[in-house]
Design a protein around this ligand. Sequence first.
Ligand code: PHB
Length: 347
Amino acid sequence: MGSGAYADTIKIGVVGPFSGPFALQGKNFKAGIDAYMAMNGATIGDDTVEIIYRDLPAADPAQSKALAQELVVKEKVQYLAGFYFTPDAMAATPILKQANVPLIVMNAATSAIVTKSPLVVRTSFTTWQTSTPIAKVAHDAGVAKVISIVSDYGPGIDAENAFKAGFEKEGGAVVEAIRMPLSTNDFSPIMQRIKDSGAQGVFAFLPSGPTTLGFVKAFNENGLKSGGTKFFAPGDLTQESDLLALGDAALGIQTTFHYAVSHDSPENKAFVEAASKAIGNPAELSFPSVGAFDGMNVIYKMIEATGGEQDAQKAVDAVKGLSWVSPRGPVSIDPESRHITQNIYLR
Ligand code: PHB
């Protein structure tokens, strides 16, 4: 355990999908973490940082809690981080207080996660942030009627509500709102419902991975795109690592998001260089890498502020209001909500 005056190893437990259909998303966590440590070193003062990874291939709250507990009790990690899916992040929050461990959410995007414990800090995004501005884009494109389609769990429901609120404010109407099970992989029946709805545009949210790739392909293959239906979404739907597989199917889709690999800034250039090296194939880079990179920045500040001591509340308090220039642009940690405040870009 840390005592400031002695050299310690500070362990960070990272939970994410490192195998299975979402393995590329976990690989991006690791690339972001590796890039941060390559650029900033593995030591803070006298203390050395060690990352311990745990694989959680799919949304599985019970397993997430078990892994978080094991990391805290057996590995004695001082920080928990990662968490791709919302239910997994939620499930780990009840153990934080007693364990005296902060949790840094590097991807999960449901707004309510930060309310589950005062020891949660988010460096990813919320689907409220990413799905609100696309409503104005849809309205400005001359679309009056939209059908909304989301995965039926936290970030999908937040996305549906955010889009609807934004679109109605612009004077548009959501003519139908479909929530489909997270496990859905045959999208043909949904495509038929889009055709039947009479909507001029689709708003959609699904978690990035094979899900989004399948959905966008189905939109194309079922003749929605050629039939003139417009497609609006948060950037999860066209993550950069899917673009090669999507090809022309991605053309014309408008998305709003907190990050683009192509973001033009010196900070992003340095990040993409280091993260590309870490991931091996630059075409595999996607947004979870920047959530992880910025998550490491927050953890390093926490370690600095506590002098390596294990004091979760002091660590979290130290980053309230923290601002820095991320590869995604200027960001800060909101002192009240512990969400990240950031720009949202039209892509
Ligand atoms: C989530 O489960 O919160 C989640 C997962 C993948 C995304 C966005 C949100 O692309």
